[in-house]
Design a protein around this ligand. Structure first.
Ligand SMILES: [Zn+2]
Length: 271
């Protein structure tokens, strides 16, 4: 009988889909092994000892048996369940968006402890931050940076000359900010405000706590969301499904008269 190889790892559940009668196929993000797929047998039965330990967006300690095609989770103990995130529809929709972002940018079995830490810190911050839109922009830029896709934010992405304040456009195809003369070669070039560029420059290198202290008003939030959405769409060559869900939640809030973003104060000068 062949020996079964067992390993232990911490993991956050990025995606879960039903498999067969009572199993689930899980996509997991781990600190040391990268993104993995594994089955959780019988987890959908009420009597399963794995139940409650392998929910979406739960951080667990796992014991896994190596399989020929798919690994099987044989033990799981939840370490962190993020109740402040899961108990609030808007925070949950943002967390699902972040998990899809991680899933999209992380190839299978390519370890990146920094990406894992970013995701974990992001989930923890999402539970307490009042400006979760800015947190999303921070997470997007940090993940792009760690994945080698950070847009050019300092000089023209095309001619590499410095860009004069307010004389810059945004072109995902060019790779970020472009000067007016280079923008002519890119049909996707769109206006980019100086405040939006300042916020992106600052949060792309800031810690999460300092990034989320920046004050952003509602129009600037919308501009930043549109700019990053265009860039991510170009980079991933598709729109992420949960981005559409986020917009639906935002429209629903507007429909019932609730504010759709954090606060209304201005960006401070100097960022
Ligand atoms: Zn240029």
């Amino acid at each position: 009988m062949p020996s079964v190889r067992i390993y232990n790892t911490e993991a956050i559940v990025l995606r879960a889909s039903p498999l067969g009668e009572a199993d689930r196929l899980l996509t997991l993000l781990t600190p040391g092994l990268g993104k993995l797929q594994a089955t959780a047998r019988g987890v959908r039965k009420p009597t399963s000892k794995l139940g409650g330990h392998l929910d979406l967006l739960t951080r667990s300690s796992l014991t896994v048996a190596k399989g020929q095609s798919l690994d099987t989770i044989t033990g799981a103990e939840a370490q962190e369940t993020f109740p402040l995130v899961k108990g609030n529809l808007e925070r949950l929709s943002r967390a699902i968006y972040l998990s899809e972002l991680m899933d999209s940018f992380c190839p299978l079995e390519a370890p990146s402890p920094a990406v894992y830490t970013l995701f974990l810190d992001g989930l923890r911050a999402l539970g307490v931050e009042t400006d979760s839109d800015l947190l999303l922009r921070y997470m997007e830029l940090q993940l792009l940076s760690l994945s080698g896709f950070l847009p050019e934010l300092q000089r023209c992405a095309e001619c590499h000359n410095s860009v004069a304040p307010s004389l810059h456009l945004w072109s995902p195809a060019a790779g970020g900010v472009v000067c007016p003369s280079c923008s002519a070669a890119h049909s996707d070039a769109a206006n980019l405000s100086l405040n939006a560029l300042k916020v992106m420059r600052f949060i792309s290198t800031a810690t999460v706590s300092s990034a989320t202290m920046v004050r952003v008003n509602a129009p600037l939030h919308r501009e930043l969301a549109a700019i990053m959405d265009a860039y991510l769409r170009f980079t991933l060559e598709r729109e992420m499904r949960s981005a559409a869900f986020l917009r639906t939640v935002s429209r629903a809030r507007a429909y019932v008269g609730l504010p759709t973003s954090g606060n209304e104060s201005e960006v401070p000068a100097g960022h």
